[in-house]
Design a protein around this ligand. Structure first.
Ligand SMILES: Nc1ncnc2c1ncn2[C@@H]1O[C@H](COP(=O)(O)OP(=O)(O)O)[C@@H](O)[C@H]1O
Ligand SMILES: [Mg+2]
Length: 348
C-alpha cells in the first residue's frame, strides 16, 4: 500500500508528511516527504491548549476550533505533498499525556481529514494501549525495528523531538523503549521566552555558554531517571527547569538545557551497549547537542531521512491498524501483551 503518515510532535514546529510503501511489516520504499510549518497563530493556539489541557472540556469551543484548523492544516500538507495514497496515518497533536491516569489526548478530526482528502484515515493509535495499562508511548519502535531489520544488533535509535525517545533493538529482535527525558522542547521554550526565536538555531547560543553543574544535578535527580523502561513523559514534565535556570546568563542557561537532554539520554539504562546509536528528529540538527552525545550518528548514515522518519512511522502503523497487527509491546510501552489498536475513518 501507498500510505502517507502525518506526524506533529511536541516541538509544535509543524506537520511532517511522508509517503511510505509498506504492508506494515516490510518497508518496500520510502517516498516524498515534507514539513508543513504551523502558522504562528495555530502554533500559539496549540501552545495555549497544552497549558490548559488538564481542565479542558471535550466540547470547549476554542478546543474544537483549534482542532479544526489543525486538521485542515494536515489536509493542506497532503495537498502540498501531491501524492496519491491508499491510506493516511494521522497521529494528531498530543495536548496531554498522563498514562498513570489512563489518559493520553491527541486532537485532530480524522473524519474531517478523510472527507477533505477523500482517503481512509487510520487514527487514535495510542488509546487502546493506555486503556490496557500501557504508557501509550513511545510508538515509533515498531517502525524503528522494521527499518533496522538488516542492521547489526543490538542497535539503538534515538529520536530527539520535543521529548526524546529511544528504541533499543536486541539481538533476538526484542524491543525495549522509553522516553529518555527532555528533547528540544525546553530549549525551544527558553529561546521563545528570552529571544523571541522558535529555537537555538544550530545550537549557537548553547555553544557559547557552559552548563551549570549544580542546576544539572538538581534536574537529573528527578525520580523519572531512576525508573527503568518502559516509561514515558508529558511535554511539560520538566517545565520547572526553565525556572531553575532563570538566574543564569542566557548562554549558560541554554548550555545547561542541552547538557540536561544529553545526559538524560546517556544515563538511560540499556541492557547492553548498542553497536550504534542512530539519531533522528530535529535535535540531530543541533551540533552542540550532538557533540554532547559523543558517539551518536545521524540516521542519514544509514540512508534514512531523519526529517521524515517519525511521519513514516505513522504510515507504517496505519498499515498495522488496517491489518490488526500489534502497535506496541510489553518492552516498549509496558502493555501486558502485544497490543493492536487504532481506528479507521472512511471518507463517506
Ligand atoms: N538547525 C537547527 N538547530 C537547532 N535545533 C534545530 C534545528 N533544526 C531543528 N531543530 C530542533 O528540532 C525541533 C523540531 O524537531 P522535530 O523532530 O520536528 O520534533 P517534534 O517531533 O517534536 O515535532 C525544533 O523545534 C528545534 O528545536
Ligand atoms: Mg516536528
Amino acid at each position: 500500500m501507498r500510505i502517507i503518515g502525518l506526524m506533529s510532535g511536541t516541538s509544535l514546529d509543524g506537520v511532517d508528511a511522508a509517503l511510505l510503501e509498506t504492508d506494515g511489516e516490510t518497508i518496500f520504499a520510502t517516498g516524498a516527504a515534507l514539513t508543513h510549518p504551523f502558522p504562528p497563530a495555530l502554533r500559539a493556539a496549540l501552545r495555549t491548549l497544552l497549558d490548559r489541557a488538564a481542565d479542558l472540556a471535550p466540547d470547549d469551543p476554542f478546543l474544537l476550533e483549534t482542532e479544526r484548523s489543525l486538521t485542515l492544516h494536515h489536509a493542506e500538507a497532503i495537498r502540498l505533498l501531491g501524492e496519491p495514497a491508499d491510506l493516511l496515518g494521522f497521529h494528531g497533536q498530543t495536548i496531554l499525556h498522563r498514562p498513570e491516569q489512563k489518559r493520553t489526548w491527541q486532537i485532530g478530526d480524522a473524519q474531517l481529514l478523510a472527507r477533505e482528502t477523500n482517503t481512509p484515515v487510520a487514527h487514535d493509535f495510542r488509546s487502546a494501549d493506555v486503556a490496557a495499562g500501557g504508557q501509550g508511548a513511545p510508538f515509533a519502535p515498531a517502525y524503528h525495528a522494521a527499518l533496522a531489520a538488516d542492521l547489526e544488533k543490538p542497535v539503538a535509535i534515538l529520536n530527539i523531538g520535543g521529548v526524546a525517545n529511544i528504541t533499543f533493538v536486541q539481538e533476538d529482535g526484542t524491543l525495549l523503549a522509553c522516553d529518555t527525558g527532555p528533547g528540544n522542547a525546553l530549549l525551544d521554550d527558553f529561546c521563545a521566552r528570552h529571544l523571541g526565536e522558535p529555537m537555538d538555531r544550530d545550537g549557537r547560543l548553547a555553544a557559547s555558554g557552559k552548563p551549570h553543574e549544580p542546576t544539572l544535578q538538581i534536574l537529573l535527580s528527578h525520580p523519572y531517571f531512576a525508573n527503568t523502561a518502559p516509561k514515558s513523559l508529558d511535554r511539560q514534565d520538566f517545565a520547572h527547569a526553565l525556572e531553575l535556570i532563570e538566574a543564569l546568563p542566557l548562554p549558560d542557561g541554554a548550555a545547561t538545557l542541552v547538557a540536561f537532554t544529553a545526559r538524560a539520554i546517556l544515563a538511560t539504562p540499556l541492557p547492553a551497549t548498542p553497536r550504534s546509536l542512530l539519531v533522528t528528529g530535529g535535535g540531530r540538527r543541533n551540533p552542540t547537542l550532538m557533540a554532547a552525545l559523543g558517539n551518536a550518528t545521524p540516521v542519514e548514515s544509514q540512508g534514512w531521512n531523519g526529517d521524515a522518519l517519525e511521519a513514516q512511522c505513522f504510515a507504517h502503523l496505519a498499515a498495522r491498524v488496517l491489518r490488526g497487527l500489534p502497535l506496541s509491546y510489553p518492552g516498549t510501552t509496558g502493555v501486558p501483551h502485544p497490543m493492536p489498536g487504532g481506528r479507521i475513518a472512511q471518507p463517506n
